[in-house]
Design a protein around this ligand. Structure first.
Ligand SMILES: NC(=O)c1ccc[n+]([C@@H]2O[C@H](COP(=O)([O-])OP(=O)(O)OC[C@H]3O[C@@H](n4cnc5c(N)ncnc54)[C@H](O)[C@@H]3O)[C@@H](O)[C@H]2O)c1
Length: 246
């Protein structure tokens, strides 16, 4: 089924690789125009490769001025903003007593502050457009308590919470806000782990469906939340974790 995002304009952060890159490709295949952003230069190459329906920008999601520039560029290129996928993120493991303030603040800046600034930046354009869909990429680590990842876990619980509050705040403007909660997904974020056969065996053993996820497992729910098929869905949590959270 193609054309589910025909005529829509999306901003996807963290789109140089992993889930964000896959979402950008899939959104364009579904008929959307996409502004891809990332701190990495590779986002510009990918946007060029994707052609006329894509634009790319270097963008640090923790910088408010850069967010305003991304929205302005998107409006200049494509005329409106229908969809924001707040996907950029960083992850480093660490127990409470071993985590430095610098690591904690770094996670806050990208995962939590970046998500807040993104929502704030697109709301005026979405209001002017009569509505929109904001998709905050959260995590299973925003639904349960996991040890040894205090920085990441804190930010993802915050993202889950701000999704629900903002969904209530924006419902009367027809702006929907939902969160997506992947389990372990095979992307560069877990690249170090994939090479460790023993660790991977342990991780897979903890997943009822018996495998780690792929970016394809995440992209379908994201397309659904971005499309009009989910027009009555806001403040929801979409979980794709192979049953890990059961
Ligand atoms: N891979 C997993 O197992 C997993 C599980 C649950 C949730 N997630 C979440 O999914 C999202 C996508 O992660 P991924 O798995 O594709 O990881 P990834 O590391 O492959 O991609 C993350 C992207 O975000 C970009 N980024 C980092 N800091 C940024 C900043 N300040 N501004 C803009 N871009 C920045 C990176 O350059 C990278 O391209 C993240 O929010 C992550 O927390 C991942």
């Amino acid at each position: 089924m193609a054309g589910r995002l025909e005529g829509k304009v999306a901003i996807i952060t963290g789109a140089a690789q992993g889930q964000g890159a896959h979402e950008a490709r899939a959104f364009i295949a579904e008929g959307a125009k996409v502004m891809l952003t990332d701190v990495k230069d590779g986002v510009l190459d990918l946007a060029r490769e994707l052609g006329e329906a894509a634009r790319g920008m270097k963008h640090d999601v923790s910088d408010e001025d850069q967010w305003n520039a991304v929205v302005a560029e998107t409006l200049a290129a494509f005329g409106k903003v229908d969809i924001l996928v707040n996907n950029a993120g960083i992850f480093a493991p660490g127990a409470v007593t071993e985590t430095t303030k610098a690591s904690y603040v770094a996670h806050f800046n990208v995962n939590q502050l970046g998500t807040f600034l993104g929502m704030k930046a697109v709301i005026p354009a979405m209001k002017a457009n009569g509505g929109g869909s904001i998709i905050n990429i959260c995590s299973g680590a925003g639904q349960r308590g996991y040890p040894d990842m205090i920085s990441y876990l804190s930010t993802k619980w915050a993202v889950r919470g701000m999704t629900k509050g903002t969904a209530r705040e924006l419902a009367s403007f027809n702006i929907r806000v939902n969160s997506v909660h992947p389990g372990i997904i095979d992307t560069p974020m877990i690249g170090g782990t994939a090479g460790d056969a023993k660790l991977m065996k342990g991780i897979i053993a903890s997943v009822p469906l018996g495998r780690i996820g792929t970016t394809e497992d995440v992209v379908e729910p994201v397309i659904y939340l971005a499309s009009d098929a989910s027009s009555y869905v806001t403040g929801a949590e979409m979980t794709m974790d192979g049953g890990t959270g059961l």
